[in-house]
Design a protein around this ligand. Structure first.
Ligand code: SAM
Ligand code: SF4
Length: 468
């Protein structure tokens, strides 16, 4: 069925007679100025409040259907090194003492979860992130994985992914992870250029990274992701081209290409990075395009706004089948409707809404010691939120709005003025289709900005990263 959406004719306003260049047009639409959420959730975590905490979390867990597997995320907020560019919630340590203490509390949290969870719930996916989960020695890796499995036994097609710092892992740790069922690994690279690494406080040789990749493959890991960042200090097209060549040589199955989020008021370490060393807006945009072209040119498929996958990779297949989803780890092929977050600052996602555990490690430990779940702030979804969340997820994953799918929501028509406004404002980059509307290839850099039109919380002042 063709859906009619009113649309002003293209060419209005600034973009008359093709005088305005593509880049100037993107600038006009906010690409370089807008600060927008990454929409790894809707509502974004900035909308969470302390009114929705541990009680809501417990009610959502108790209501889980044992027939539907859940995903589990474990946050390990420790690193041996603290890279200056990093905006992740983590703390540096040179000893395992705080890590060991933390894992004891995680086990206590798992015991509280066991007491709340209906019997029979199974785990479809487990993800360890951080920080650096590979700070754990092999015995702690085995003990933690077993503790989770004891509380939520793995489903038949269980998968287990781990974020790995190639400079803080060895064969014994990889063997322990593989023994506990690791199926996917994500390694941090960022950039191989020595001066860029120096400016972000993160030394990492190609040789060490290659050794890690070879060990992971030898351990049977068939899905390997590499994290890269563009927009870093002193990055240039020439240096980025050399980094890309090295990444290609490692032959990852997926690549995540993140824009550097420079938010020094939130992440104090970033104050060590001089603003003057950062590429300008247009240079940064060009770096992103350069990397995207290079990866697509070497056989990867662009997925969502910042991922690339080989044709056989499960993320690529999910994107092509229309099953791609967005969650706190970014893009995922995870179909579990529930994500249970364990550890400090972890966010749980339920059909009813979100709950984030206390963020500071000390506050998290205090809550668990008091014998309650660690949920500290969250958000209970209403019908309007669910509709907006689905529209935003469609744009972030498929670049389109499918009105037939939105009609599953009784209030779908309430978004009609938003669709029309998007078609008018972004006339050069969004086209009406039989399904609804579609962001063109040229308009994809604007995806987060366009998605924000559906965001009922966009008025909340927040420290979001720049859209480009
Ligand atoms: C938990 S970290 C990586 C895992 C591991 N600790 C490592 O360093 O290899 C997850 C990823 O977030 C990305 N990241 C962290 N801070 C960022 C920032 N300020 N802007 C963009 N991406 C960032 C990096 O690509 C990083 O690899
Ligand atoms: S990039 Fe990885 S190792 Fe560096 S501070 Fe962030 S989480 Fe820790």
């Amino acid at each position: 069925m063709r859906h009619l959406i009113w649309r002003k004719k293209p060419g209005d306003g600034f973009c008359q007679n093709g005088r305005m260049t593509h880049l100037a047009n993107l600038r006009r639409l906010g690409l370089f100025d807008a600060r927008v959420p990454r929409y790894t959730s809707y509502p974004p975590a900035t909308a969470f409040t302390v009114q929705t905490g541990a009680d809501f979390q417990a009610a959502c867990i108790k209501a889980l259907d044992p027939a539907t597997p859940v995903s589990v995320y474990i946050h390990i907020p420790f690193c041996e090194r603290l890279c200056w560019f990093c905006a992740c919630r983590t703390q540096g340590t040179t000893t395992l003492k705080p890590v060991d203490n933390y894992l004891r509390v995680v086990k206590d949290e798992l015991a509280l979860l066991r007491a709340t969870l209906p019997s029979g719930v199974r785990m479809g996916q487990m993800h360890w992130g951080g920080g650096t989960p590979t700070i754990l020695p092999p015995d702690m890796i085995r003990a933690l994985a077993q503790a989770v499995k004891d509380v939520i036994p793995p489903a038949d097609d269980f998968s287990f992914s781990v974020e790995i710092d190639p400079t803080l892992v060895d064969d014994a740790k990889i063997a322990a992870l593989a023994e506990m069922g690791m199926t996917r690994a994500s390694i941090g690279i960022q950039d191989f250029a020595t001066d860029v690494q120096k400016a972000i406080g993160r030394a990492q040789s190609f040789a060490a990274t290659k050794t890690c990749v070879d060990s992971l493959r030898a351990a049977g890991i068939t899905s390997l992701n590499a994290d890269l960042v563009y927009g870093l200090p002193f990055q240039t097209p020439e240096k980025l081209a050399r980094t890309i060549a090295k990444v290609r040589a490692l032959d990852p199955d997926r690549i995540a290409l993140f824009g550097y989020a420079h938010v020094p008021t939130f992440s104090k370490r970033q104050k060590l990075i001089p603003d003057a060393a950062l590429p300008g807006e247009e240079e940064r945009y060009a770096l992103a395009r350069q990397a995207a072209h290079a990866f697509v040119g070497s056989g990867y498929q662009a997925i969502g706004i910042d991922h690339f996958g080989k044709p056989g990779d499960s993320l690529t297949q999910a994107a092509n089948a229309g099953h791609l989803r967005r969650n706190f780890q970014g893009y995922t092929d995870d179909t579990c409707p529930t994500l249970i977050g364990i550890g400090a600052s972890s966010i749980s996602q339920f059909a009813q809404g979100y709950v984030q555990n206390a963020s500071a490690t000390a506050a998290y430990i205090e809550r668990i010691a008091a014998g309650t779940l660690a949920g500290h702030r969250g958000y209970e979804m209403n019908a309007d939120d669910r509709l907006r969340a689905e529209a935003i997820n469609m744009l972030m994953c498929d670049f389109e709005i499918d009105l037939d799918k939105l009609r599953n929501h009784p209030n779908a028509d309430s978004l009609a003025p938003v669709h029309a406004e998007i078609l008018e404002t972004f006339a050069d980059y969004v086209v009406p289709t039989d399904k609804g509307l579609l962001i063109t290839d040229a308009g994809r850099p604007l995806t987060r900005i366009i998605a924000q039109r559906y965001d009922g919380f966009s008025g909340i002042a927040a420290q979001y990263s720049q859209a480009s």
